[in-house]
Design a protein. Structure first.
Length: 157
């Protein structure tokens, strides 16, 4: 015959719950500290300096019909409002295209509130928001007839 040790089980349950709550509070405090640190800093074009990997998906709207598109691209921000694209692979409605290095005439602006705009030469334009760690950009294409958004992550300085 076995006997149940409910006092021991209650002790373990209470301490497990307390540990989980403590862990969640530490994560929340960490996020608040990150947010607070970023809130005190203003951004400028110099905030973006380095090589970023951009990945995005969405649609082009052609004659009222959405056509899927996706991209993986490298973007080199130069810290001075200019940028270049060392290369990209794009799929539009299943057709794969690879772009050679380039980006002549491409530029970006950054406001003190860490929002900005990218103009890729005569082509696509994007609005973006700089993340808390300044190593992430949340981007959305602003050209007509597009529904396209993604994230650029800094991979080197």
């Amino acid at each position: 015959m076995t006997s149940k040790n409910t006092a021991g089980a209650t002790f373990v349950t209470k301490h497990s719950t307390a540990s989980v709550i403590a862990g969640v509070l530490m994560l929340l405090a960490s996020g608040v500290a990150q947010a607070k640190e970023h809130d005190n800093n203003e951004c400028s074009v110099a905030t973006l300096n380095g090589l970023y990997a951009f990945h995005a998906s969405g649609f082009n709207i052609v004659s009222g019909v959405p056509q899927p598109k996706a991209i993986v691209e490298l973007i080199q921000f130069n810290g001075d409002g200019t940028l270049s694209g060392p290369g990209a692979t794009v799929s539009i409605n299943g057709v794969i295209m690879r772009s050679p290095p380039g980006g002549a005439g491409s530029s970006y602006t950054v406001a003190p509130d860490c929002t900005g705009k990218i103009v890729f030469g005569p082509g696509p334009t994007f609005d973006f928001f700089i993340g808390f760690r300044e190593s992430e950009l949340y981007m959305i294409q602003t050209n007509p007839n597009t529904v396209f958004q993604g994230i650029a992550e800094r991979i080197s300085r």
